[in-house]
Structures are given as C-alpha cells and as structure tokens.
Design a binder for this molecule. Structure first.
Ligand code: GLN
Length: 464
C-alpha cells in the first residue's frame, strides 16, 4: 500500500480501475496519511470513507469550499463551527467523478494572504523546510500534496493563491480561465477574480482533475461550458511554439530564481520552442490595481458576517454593538485591513479616483496580454519572485507580502489561464515556472508544461 505514496493520482486511478486496489483501501490509506500530518495542513480530516467513495483517489479540499455537514470556514474564526447545508459544485463534480473528500485544508483567512500565516487556526509549515512558509493562500493544499498526505488537492486563486504556494512547495498549480469552473459554494473573497483549480504532483494529474471540474453551472451565472474536451497532456517537444518571457529584469527577483527560470528557457529552446522577450507595459501596475479591486469586492462580500446568520456571535446590548463586537472578535487583522481599504475605495468621493482607475488598469492589462498573444503562444515568467520565505519574515510588512504575487496577479486581472510547474531548486528550495495562455488554453499550457516537466525531471520531497 505504501506504493500508493509513490504514484501520481492518475497512476492510482489506473490501479483502482483495474481493481488492484479497492476504493475503500485507497481511501483508508490516504486518510491515515492525512490524519498523521504534522505540518498544520488540515483543519478537518474525514473519519471514515464515505459511502460514495469511487474510482479516483480522494482529494483534499481548501477550507473555503462548502461541503454539506463538514466544517467549512475559509480559515476564519468568524465561521468557526459552521457546517453548510449544501456542497460546492466543484466538489460535487469531483465526487461524481469518483473522488471523495479526504479533508479540509488550512488557508489564509478568506484567502487573503501569500504565506498561510493569516489563517485563524495557525500557520502551515513548508515540507521542504519547516521554518518556512508554504505560500498562500492555498498553503494547506500545497503542503499536503508536497508532503504526500493527499494524492491531490483543490484550492482557489484570486491573485496567485494556487500558483504561488504550488511554486513554493515544488508542485503543479493551475489557475483556470475565469468562468471555466463554477464558483458556487466557494466562500467568496473577490468574485470577479476567484477561481477554483487543482494542486497536483504533475501536469497529468492537473489535467485530470481540471477535466472533472469544468463546466457550466446554472448556480453560477459567470460559469461557461468548456469549449473543448480537456486533453491528457502528452507533448514531448515544443517545436514551432513561441514563448514570450516577461519579468526577468524586475527589481526584487531573487538571483537564484532568475537562474532557474533562465535554465528552463534554455530547456524550452532545446525542445524546439522559440523564446523572446515581451513587454506587458501595464502589468507593473497589476499589484496596485489588484489591491483596490480585490479589497473593494471583499468589503462587499464580507458584509454578511455579522453574527446573525453564521458562526459565533459576541456582544450583548443593541444590534449595532453585537455586529461590531462579532466582527471585531471574528476577523483577523489582514481581513480588517482589506475591509477598510475596500470600503474607503468605494466611498462616494473616492470611487472614481480609486476603483474606477483600477478598473481601467485592469482593462489595459487584459489588452497587453491580447497583444502579446498575437506574437507568442505563451507568456512565461517566474511564478514567485523568491523561494519560500521564513515564517514571520513578512508578517509585519504587508507591502512585502503583497509583492509575492507580482507575477501572478496580472493573469488573474486578465481572467486568463496560467500554470506553475516546478522547474528546479535554488538553495535547496523549489522554484516555479509560470506558463500563461489565452482564455481556455488550459490543454495547451498543460501540454507545454508536460514537455518541460519530462525534460526537467524535477524530484519532489522524499516521502516517508
Ligand atoms: N496573496 C493575494 C492576496 O492576498 C492573492 C490571494 C489569492 O489569490 N486568494 O490577496
């Protein structure tokens, strides 16, 4: 059974298909692994195999996905004890395909963060070096996949929260095109940006999980029918494909990260791909625009947590005092900071100056990508400017924390698809390589990722 640990999820699915392992045995094996996690990756682990356990290995699910009867609190104390009466469409789709829910993973509160240190339930340790962060906000999902306490996981990405932790933990993370996967049942952060996607050991697993997640959902009016069959990646060469590199000259990019990315560009050329530098003139303003738009949407989405409908209630006296006390006690500092920024940016005197301007920047960034994709097939960048940083290193400096998403935020604002694949090590820590393509190009970016993955031969954390 320990063999399961060495296999990718797609390989395990073949064993299950052939009947070499029963779904119950596979679930029990992974349940034991998840229950033994000592990195802080999980907020809840299933205590028995559900009756509908099927022909795919089980999946770990970020805490913000509502699962009927299971604690689902987006990593926030304000939702402590909340057990939703319904299940997110993405999780239902995975269950229907045969993947049962193994556990709920730790995350930054309401997905706000890049290190998992904003969780209401404590941080997560990076399995490559326990003194370091796993990235965030899907830090629990990333650490669990990297440490082999789940075969695969899902998370959400609003500005980088799948790709950045995947990079920092040495695994694959896919942020789908906005609208490819239903958001119904995901506890909302910034609704025009939030997307659900896979965190996996390799690109084949990412394609497999993604294929089961996509589809139009009548419960999410922004979801779309995926325009084609999601293909299993198979490319071994990159002949004829053009890769536009962005960001290698940016200030703040660690030298060790730049070296691994340059080496990966060399591999891209050896495989027949063409590499050229491209400009995304407005992408530099991505972080500034994102930190107006995302908090603005969050301030509206989080207005519902007032002690009346969900979670704990504190404060007696009048209604306003109860609202105030509940929100004071229930939200962490980063969430409060975002609510204040968002409320301010949307206030009548400042709406046009901040929110309106940020939306214009967003449009320009989308135009930059459109122009780039007339010249190249893919835009490639480092996923994160640095390798995993030390726990506590950036908690006192929100701006330094926000810059973790410098390379991932532009794709989120443009609504396009992007994957991070592990490309090598810098000082013994994983470095991610980001491949972005136009909307609905997931099969193509995963195929390119497959060719690179084969050539790079990245080895994950040795599992014990
Ligand atoms: N780190 C970014 C933030 O704090 C992105 C988070 C995310 O993608 N959910 O908002």
């Amino acid at each position: 059974m320990t063999d399961l640990l060495r296999l990718t999820a797609a390989q395990q699915a073949e064993l299950l298909e052939r009947g070499d392992v029963s779904p119950g045995e596979a679930f029990e094996f992974w349940r034991g692994r998840a229950a033994g996690d000592d990195l802080g990756s999980y907020l809840w682990v299933a205590d028995a195999a559900p009756t509908d356990v099927g022909r795919l290995p089980p999946v770990a699910v970020k805490d913000l996905f509502c699962v009927e009867g299971v604690p689902s609190g987006a990593g926030s104390r304000i939702l402590e004890g909340y057990r939703p009466p319904y299940t997110a469409t993405s999780v239902r789709n995975l269950r229907a395909a045969g993947a049962a829910v193994l556990g709920k993973t730790n995350q930054d509160e309401f997905a706000m963060g890049s290190s998992n240190e904003n969780s209401g339930y404590g941080p997560v340790q990076n399995p490559w070096d326990r003194r370091r962060v796993p990235g965030g906000s899907s830090g629990g999902s990333a650490a669990a996949v990297a440490a082999g306490t789940t075969p695969w996981a899902i998370g959400t990405d609003t500005g980088g929260s799948i790709r950045q932790p995947a990079a920092l933990c040495g695994i694959v993370g896919l942020k789908p095109t906005y609208g490819a996967v239903s958001r119904y049942g995901m506890i909302a952060f910034a609704s025009s940006l939030d997307q659900c996607g896979p965190l996996t050991r390799d690109v084949t697993d990412a394609a497999t999980l993604f294929g089961h997640l996509v589809g139009r959902d009548p419960c999410d009016s922004t979801s779309l029918e995926y325009p084609e069959e999601v293909r299993r990646p198979s490319a071994e060469r990159l002949d004829g494909l053009r890769f536009g590199v962005w960001g290698l000259e940016e200030e703040g990019l660690e030298r060790g990260v730049a070296d691994v990315v340059r080496r990966t560009l060399g591999t891209t050329e050896e495989l027949g791909g063409g590499v050229e530098e491209i400009e995304l003139p407005s992408a530099r303003q991505g972080i500034a625009a994102y930190y107006v738009i995302a908090p603005a949407e969050a301030s509206a989405n989080l207005a519902r947590y007032d002690g009346v409908r969900y979670g704990p209630r504190t404060g007696d006296g009048d209604l306003t005092a109860m609202y105030e006390q509940t929100r004071h006690d229930g939200f962490g500092d980063e969430v409060k900071r975002r609510i204040m920024i968002g409320t301010y940016a949307l206030s009548s005197g400042y709406y046009e100056a901040y929110y309106g301007t940020a939306q214009k920047v967003r449009t320009r960034i989308a135009d930059d990508f459109r122009a780039a994709f007339e010249r190249v097939d893919f835009v490639v960048t480092p996923t994160s400017p640095t390798v995993a940083f030390k726990l506590g290193e950036r908690t006192a400096d929100p701006l330094a924390m926000y810059l973790s998403d410098y390379f991932t935020v532009p794709m989120s604002l443009a609504g396009i698809a992007a994957v991070s694949i592990p490309a090598g090590l810098s000082d013994g820590l994983p470095v991610g390589f980001q491949i972005a393509g136009p909307a609905f190009s997931e099969s193509r970016i995963l195929d390119a990722g497959h060719a690179l993955e084969k050539a790079i031969g990245f080895e994950g954390v040795p599992h014990t």
